[in-house]
Design a protein around this ligand. Structure first.
Ligand SMILES: C[S@@+](CC[C@H](N)C(=O)[O-])C[C@H]1O[C@@H](n2cnc3c(N)ncnc32)[C@H](O)[C@@H]1O
Length: 276
């Protein structure tokens, strides 16, 4: 990976984001408590892959803390499930979280641009909320296609480029980061609008759906919990990563009322030609 002005594509920033599990866990918790609508993503992935129970091999690419891996292990019961991710800290968290359902599950540190699997061995490959970390996501999707069995499926999940844009407007309105609404999306590399085009180059797309997810943070303190985890914002010194300081700065300029935002989650199912 090369240096990029987009923090989700910059190798150094990525290393910091996933150096330990706390940022992802805090962010997920803040969003989960704010959620007003939108299905549970891991359950939708398992629904889409539902025809592939007891598969010889399923792979969860960019598995992070193992949220999808856990649901796939329980619902699809593959004979072998491998979760792969670049972050050793998140893999350790995934191992701990899957302890009870571990069975045939293993977690391996890899760069998803080079999957350490032979051609044609994987019946189900999932890549959720990770392709936007690849400067060239088409390379990762080509790797996925290479490892699929004939008839094997890939379930790819990403977000709209304008996800959470209401929060960009919030930090701009408070004067904390006036340029935020004009900065490139964190999801620029692989988002709801370009995922099908990226995939069609190497795999036929069978199904594409978009679902709006809604979130209402109870107050500015709750919104600040999320904001503190986002690398998008160029906040004044002393605020970065500090939810209490961000909340105080927001309250100094804005009414402390609920804050709503949205994100479109896109699910794509592609199948490798051939097979029964
Ligand atoms: C937002 S998390 C998503 C985790 C999980 N799929 C989920 O849905 O909760 C993105 C994950 O992509 C991983 N990732 C980023 N770049 C990667 C790379 N080059 N190779 C493997 N994993 C990578 C990160 O370490 C992180 O765990």
């Amino acid at each position: 990976m090369t240096a990029s002005t987009n923090p989700f594509l910059d190798a150094t920033t990525q290393g910091e984001l996933y150096r330990d599990a706390s940022r992802l866990a805090t962010r997920t918790s803040a969003l989960h408590r704010a959620k007003t609508h939108g299905r549970a993503v891991a359950e939708v992935i398992a629904d889409l892959a539902g025809g592939h129970t007891r598969a010889p091999l399923a792979v969860d690419i960019g598995c992070g803390r193992g949220t999808s891996s856990r649901v796939l292990a329980k619902r699809l019961r593959p004979r072998r499930l491998i979760g792969v991710d670049a972050s050793t800290a998140l893999l350790a968290d995934a191992r701990a979280r899957l302890g009870a359902v571990a069975g045939a599950v293993s977690f391996v540190q890899v760069d998803f641009h080079h999957l350490p699997l032979p051609d044609g061995v994987c019946s189900v490959a999932v890549a959720a909320f990770c392709l936007y970390h690849a400067p060239h996501p088409e390379i990762v999707i080509a790797e996925i296609a290479r490892t699929l069995t004939p008839g094997g499926i890939a379930v790819l999940v990403t977000k709209s480029a304008d996800s959470y844009h209401e929060l960009d407007a919030l930090v701009a309105a408070a004067g904390l980061d006036p340029d935020a609404p004009h900065r490139e999306s964190l999801y620029a590399a692989a988002n709801s609008a370009n995922l099908a085009g990226l995939t069609e180059r190497v795999l036929p797309v069978e199904h594409l759906e978009h679902e709006e997810h809604g979130f209402t943070f109870t107050d500015l303190g709750h919104a600040a919990e999320y904001l503190a985890t986002s690398p998008k914002y160029h906040l004044p010194a002393g605020l970065r990563g500090d939810p209490d300081a961000i909340a105080a700065a927001l309250r100094a300029c804005l009414p402390d009322i609920p804050v709503s935002t949205t994100s479109v989650v896109t699910y794509l199912l592609a199948r490798k030609p051939g097979g029964a």
